[in-house]
Design a binder for this molecule. Structure first.
Ligand code: SAM
Length: 256
């Protein structure tokens, strides 16, 4: 089984629409991530500066960071997603610079960025080590790397691969959005970050708090066209949990 990253070109134009499967990333997922990232940035006394959103998609997080006062550059390989991101930000009179490009080769100067965000992206990239090397290169000493990704466990295989991608009555799309073999455990990510001078300070779990039965019921409703993906995400009620077995969030600080 491979990963279908072309899905972001096929579905990217309407990413912000509630009935687009990619909108599951928004609903309660974006607010949960931002609550955590805001707390981290507050703790570190960072309230502005240059922020790079690697794998920004249609800009769910880029827009939030722009509203929080950062000068944001969003980078993504999908020209369709970048066009949607530009149009959405423009319509809201938000200033965000959007570029087409890959995380493995950032066209950004060394040590020129205060914060890099890379969210729900590392499990999609062909070369995680190169992406992290690039993140470390562009961050200034003391700069912060904010991330979330998915761990490679039996539970993530059941929930993210089987339930959300393979089972006919519960899957959110027919595309192979994820490949279990590309998921990264917190220990593997920590070792890779460490190898590039990025010290992990904290890792927390991110999960639906609605309960498994409610989640499966809602997935069935979405599949029958009785609920939008945005509503599904809100009802899943994503938030911080102690359990790191599926999605997790965290941050690392650039040494030097
Ligand atoms: C699940 S989406 C996450 C979008 C956004 N970060 C968010 O959380 O709302 C994954 C994104 O990673 C992007 N992507 C895939 N390969 C990439 C690469 N090599 N470098 C950077 N981004 C990549 C895709 O185009 C897609 O927009």
């Amino acid at each position: 089984m491979g990963i279908d990253n072309d899905v972001y070109d096929r579905l990217g134009a309407t990413w912000w629409d509630e009935d687009n499967p990619l909108n599951v990333l928004h609903g309660s997922f974006t607010p949960a991530r931002m609550r955590y990232f805001r707390r981290v940035l507050d703790r570190l006394g960072i309230s502005g500066g240059r922020l790079l959103d690697v794998g920004c998609g249609a800009g769910f997080l880029s827009e939030e960071f722009a509203r929080a006062g950062f000068a944001v550059t969003g980078i993504d390989p999908s020209p369709v997603a970048i066009a949607a991101a530009r149009a959405h930000a423009e319509a809201r009179r938000l200033t965000v610079e959007y570029l087409v490009g890959v995380g493995e080769q950032l066209r950004i100067d060394d040590a020129s960025v205060d914060v890099v965000a890379c969210c729900d992206v590392l499990e999609h990239v062909p070369d995680v080590d190169r992406v992290i090397a690039e993140v470390a290169r562009v961050l200034r000493p003391g700069g912060v790397f904010l991330y979330d990704t998915i761990s490679r466990t039996r539970r993530s295989r059941l929930l993210v691969i089987r339930a959300m991608q393979e089972w006919r009555w519960t899957r959110i799309t027919d595309a192979e959005i994820h490949d279990w073999a590309m998921f990264i455990t917190p220990a593997e990510l920590s070792a890779t970050l460490d190898g590039h001078g990025l010290a992990v300070v904290e890792t927390v779990g991110l999960a639906p708090r609605a309960g498994l039965a409610a989640m499966v019921r809602d997935l069935l409703r979405v599949r029958r066209g009785r609920m939008t993906y945005g509503e599904l995400s809100r009802r899943m009620d994503f938030g911080e949990v102690d359990d790191l077995r599926v999605s997790y969030l965290g941050y690392a600080v650039r040494s030097g």
